[in-house]
Design a protein around this ligand. Structure first.
Ligand code: TXA
Ligand code: MG
Length: 317
């Protein structure tokens, strides 16, 4: 079991020694280490069982610190940083040489982000290095949005879990790169519409491929243990009469059935649905069911990121 607490000085002490600390962010919990120390970063890959082709996001205290990490910080990227940081946005920019190749998986670019969580921002201000941190889950599994999610899966691998409570956003950051104009590589906490309000038209390239630019694009990423089937709840129930099923609903229970149901947002808000999504997927994994029948949510705002994660979770491995 990892030590759990709100002590940023303790977290600093461990990070200074090259150890792993789980940190809260507004999106999901991260598994953090000194981003400029290749040995510390290697521990992240080992703890997560993460393949070395999957680069890490580097977290900074302020946009100013980005200049220490990148060779070019284009105007459009700066405009996005000014608008959304601290917040759920990662910018992919050309990296400086002192960032270990392991961190960026050998890519000439680095993903940087300034997270919006009071405890983690205080910690980043204390440190004299940035923090490399992927989501704090075993590779391929659902990201953790509560400290207990980290404790359950990686408790024996991290020295300390900085307890920042449940994550406010609940899905990972939106990843934006620049390749002949802005490109979204991963849908996330900042909606496409919001990004376009700042930089105009953006290409969305989040489809999967065998050689994804961002491994978050892998079709089967974010997969819980239970098999998930997408569609209309009533139709799916009728199609699976002899199986132990559970329902994942957006904002209302399906009436006239006794199967277990999780409603993502009783108030019918996409923000609330995003907050609850990953905890719900984890809950199904603990239920005595073989199949989760899930409906997509309205495909607008953060709903696009929720649907992206549901589709990936539903893609069988
Ligand atoms: O919200 C988040 O982004 C969370 C919190 C902890 O900050 N982090 C997170 O990290 O989701 P991770 O490692 O689970 O996902 C990071 C994604 C990966 O798919 C990775 O490939 C992509 O970011 N990425 C990182 N650096 C990149 C780069 N230079 N070019 C393209 N994609 C990159
Ligand atoms: Mg991840």
């Amino acid at each position: 079991m990892a030590e759990l607490g709100k002590d940023i000085n303790r977290a600093k002490q461990l990070l200074d020694r090259g150890e792993l600390v789980a940190i809260p962010t507004e999106t999901v919990y991260g598994l953090a280490a000194n981003a400029l120390d290749a040995t510390a970063a290697a521990r992240i890959f080992a703890a997560k069982n993460r393949p070395s082709f999957d680069p890490l996001i580097v977290h900074v205290a302020t946009p100013l610190r980005v200049h220490e990490l990148v060779t070019d910080f284009p105007d459009q990227a700066q405009a996005l940083a000014t608008t959304f940081w601290p917040g759920p946005l990662t910018l992919v920019l050309p990296k400086k040489n002192h960032i270990p190749d392991l961190v960026t998986a050998g890519l000439p670019t680095v993903g940087v982000r300034c997270p919006s969580h009071e405890l983690t921002l205080e910690l980043l201000h204390l440190l004299d290095y940035p923090l490399a941190a992927p989501s704090a889950n075993p590779f391929g599994y659902v990201s953790p949005t509560r400290p207990e999610h980290v404790q359950e899966q990686l408790g024996s691998q991290v020295a300390y879990i900085l307890d920042g409570g449940p994550c406010r956003v609940g899905v990972e950051s939106t990843i934006v790169g620049f390749d002949d104009g802005p490109v979204i590589y991963r849908l996330g906490g900042v909606a496409v519409e919001e990004i376009e309000n700042v930089v105009g038209h953006v290409r969305v390239m989040t489809h999967s491929s065998s050689n994804p630019v961002a491994p978050g694009q892998l079709a089967s990423h974010y997969a819980p243990a239970r098999q998930i089937v997408l569609g209309n709840a009533a139709d799916l129930l009728a199609q699976h009469p002899n199986e132990k099923v559970a329902l994942l609903r957006y904002h209302k229970r399906l009436p006239d059935t006794s199967v277990p149901q999780i409603v993502l947002s009783p108030s019918g808000s996409l923000e609330e649905a995003a907050q609850n999504l990953f905890a719900a997927l984890r809950q199904f994994d603990k239920m005595d069911v073989t199949l989760v029948l899930a409906e997509l949510v309205p495909d607008t705002g953060i709903g696009r990121a929720i649907n992206d994660r549901l589709r990936r979770a539903a893609t069988s491995r």
